[in-house]
Design a protein around this ligand. Structure first.
Ligand code: GLN
Length: 483
């Protein structure tokens, strides 16, 4: 049962081949048996899962249907879940039970999903390896000595290990697409404003966006349908109609113009990945797409700009964790200042502290113009590059990551080396554009992803291209040994 996709589960439930309760019990047993190897969950919610599964079975028995009715999923542990620990991978929030559900959680629950638990993540979503979690590193099911990518590494590892068919995740600089690439999944970062951020614990508010992680584009379409839409509680949510993503999967790719940026194939890219990207381009050409070389000249400035903007926003967002209003407070503080200092010093891990300091520095009087303002100007140039490119092409294609998943610990003492791995993903966040990563082959037994980017609100186009690709390739069907 654990090999089924969301689409197969929906058919099985509709045909009464099994019940949601049976499926939920099977997956909970599988998690108990296998998760100790990969550490993909921070909390399990068995009781909630079984009651939601029972309720979904009753709704189906009463004649209701729906692609997500009775479907087991998990939420990245930065989506607030009422009465359930929402830790953000941090000691700071280890004791935090959210008083309300995030909009994404509430919408998916209303659609009938079954929440199996909360998945592990880099602390406050800062990282590309899922090694900064206070709950320990997540391991990649394809090779337990390697990282699964981050920061949504728990959601990715759980889906890749067939512990569940799909999970929610968030992407501030690549955290849906990069772990998707490292674990052979399909992951979609929607247009900024497409999915509500209400109840999603903020890292960098102008970049954060929730989205689906699953094995296929077809399943991403199903999960995104349940997540997307206007939310009056989120002032950056956009009031645009949500198309029927599943209905759009079968469009023909005849005449689709695909742009391949020449800057993508520079020295930092593993040549074996470059080879696989060229193969995927040929595959799409066979399906009728037309390939064109394009240029994104300001791409080289994106990493430095991102690593000013994201920490600046984080330093502001994380100021609320002060030992008073939320989460951890140190023992026996000598006075108020001692309480602030030690609560934050003991509650946050080293990567989070580094970013708070970088951000506070970049925003301070006298440095603001030199760093933050400059970074915002680069952000505009990056966006302009994309706007120019999308006058000529419908989709931009390239690698998701310059390298496959590295060994656990290999970059943990060199933060900048880890930041450089985000080179292909962060530009979409700076511009607010939608992006998707899908499986494109293997290097040394480790998965490789190809990334597709589209104009604003063209998530449907990304899913359509990925689905057609997946009908003609089988990379996404490969399963890691032992799972
Ligand atoms: N790796 C990037 C960072 O550390 C992106 C993380 C994310 O998308 N949440 O900021």
């Amino acid at each position: 049962m654990h090999h089924m996709t969301l689409a197969e589960i929906a058919r099985g439930l509709a045909d009464k081949k099994f019940s949601s309760v049976e499926l939920t019990q099977t997956l909970l047993a599988r998690i108990a048996q296998l998760d100790p190897q990969i550490n993909s969950f921070i909390s399990l919610t068995q009781d909630l899962a079984l009651s939601q599964a029972q309720a979904a079975d009753t709704r189906r028995a009463n004649g209701e249907s729906g692609a997500l009715l009775g479907a087991p999923i998990a939420h990245k542990d930065l989506f607030c879940t009422q009465g359930i620990r929402t830790s953000c991978g941090s000691k700071m929030l280890d004791n935090f039970k959210a008083p309300y559900d995030a909009t994404v959680v509430a919408k998916l629950a209303a659609a009938g999903t079954v929440t199996l638990g909360k998945t592990n993540m880099d602390e406050f979503a800062m990282g590309s390896a899922n090694e900064s979690s206070w709950y320990g590193a997540v391991k990649n099911p394809w090779n337990l000595e390697h990282v699964p990518g981050g920061s949504s590494g728990g959601s990715a590892a759980a889906v890749a290990a067939r512990l569940l068919p799909a999970a929610t995740a968030t992407d501030t600089g690549g955290s849906i697409r990069q772990p998707a690439a490292f674990t052979n999944l399909t992951g979609l970062k929607p247009t900024y404003g497409r999915v509500s951020r209400w109840g999603m614990i903020a890292y960098a508010s102008s970049l954060d966006q929730g989205g689906p992680l699953a094995r296929t584009a077809e399943d991403c379409a199903i999960l995104l349908q349940g997540m997307a839409g206007f939310d009056p509680n989120d002032s950056t949510s956009i009031d645009e109609p949500v198309p029927d993503y599943s209905a759009g999967l079968n469009g023909s790719l005849q005449g689709l113009r695909i742009g391949v940026p020449k800057e993508y194939f520079s020295a930092g890219l593993d040549p074996r990945i470059a080879e696989l990207i060229h193969t995927s381009v040929k595959e799409l050409e066979k399906l009728g797409a037309v390939i064109k070389e394009i240029s994104l000249p300001n791409m080289q400035h994106a990493i430095p700009a991102y690593y000013v903007i994201a920490p600046a926003e984080a330093s502001s967002n994380l100021s609320r964790f002060d030992g008073v209003r939320f989460g951890y407070r140190c023992e026996n503080p000598a006075n108020l200042e001692d309480m602030y200092k030690r609560s934050r010093g003991e509650g946050f891990g080293s990567e989070v502290q580094r970013r708070i300091m970088v951000g506070a520095y970049a925003l301070s009087a006298g440095y603001y113009d030199a760093y933050y303002l400059k970074a915002q100007k680069i952000r505009r140039l990056v966006k302009n590059d994309f706007m120019a490119a999308f006058k000529e092409v419908d989709i931009i294609l390239g690698p998701t990551t310059p390298n496959p998943a590295w060994k656990l610990g290999a970059k943990s003492s060199d933060p900048v080396a880890e930041y450089l791995e985000d080179v292909y993903t962060i530009t979409a966040n700076l511009a607010g554009l939608p992006g998707l990563s899908m499986p494109a082959g293997f290097v040394d037994g480790l998965p490789v992803g190809v990334q597709l980017l589209a104009p604003y609100f063209q998530e449907g186009r990304l899913l359509n291209v990925a689905h057609q690709y997946q009908l003609n390739t089988d990379w996404h069907t490969r399963t890691p040994t032992g799972f």
